[in-house]
Design a protein around this ligand. Structure first.
Ligand code: HEC
Length: 139
């Protein structure tokens, strides 16, 4: 009898495990975004951060093509959460303000997915920063 229970138990466990296959890793953070990172970038971020994430000196928008996904994810997390969370001392007041407006308009995204999109599409090692290219250093 005991053995039979064990078998049933492991069968149930197996079933439960395989059933989890498609589920998001943490259901509390599961969120459905109506737009993909590509759509969000192309429809909103691009006008300030540039076609290739190169930034825009006139709009004072920094380049986003000079860092990799891990760092981008933190920056994105910061600007989305108003710097109130883990990361402290952000100076992204302008972007935080912009982001709240963008989020209200439905340009919401997962920071990690957006970071990966930005790195894959734009990342250049040693990308010249827009500001640096504009004024060559003379020493
Ligand atoms: C209206 C112009 C504008 C739009 C639209 C805009 N940004 Fe920005 N963004 C800025 C400016 C200006 C800054 C620099 C000032 C600041 O950080 O507060 C900035 C800063 C940032 C930073 C911080 C960069 C750093 O160097 O740490 C990130 C990340 C960022 N924006 C991502 C985005 C994303 C993603 C979108 C689209 C959802 C977006 N921005 C849309 C103007 C804009």
């Amino acid at each position: 009898m005991r053995k039979k229970n064990m078998i049933i138990l492991s069968a149930v466990a197996l079933f439960a495990l395989s059933g989890c296959g498609d589920a998001p890793e943490s259901s509390s953070e599961a969120k459905v975004y109506s737009k993909t990172p590509t759509e969000v970038y192309q429809q909103s971020c691009k006008k300030c951060h540039g076609d290739n994430g190169e930034g825009n000196v006139k709009k004072k928008s920094p380049a986003l093509n000079d860092r990799q996904a891990e760092e981008l994810e933190l920056d994105l997390y910061d600007v989305k959460n108003g710097g109130l969370n883990q990361s402290s001392g952000t100076e992204h007041d302008v972007m935080e303000h912009n982001m709240q407006k963008l989020l209200a308009k439905g340009y919401d995204y997962d920071p990690k997915a957006m970071a990966i999109y930005l790195e894959k599409s734009f990342y250049k090692m040693d990308a010249p920063k827009a500001a640096e290219t504009a004024t060559p250093a003379t020493h």
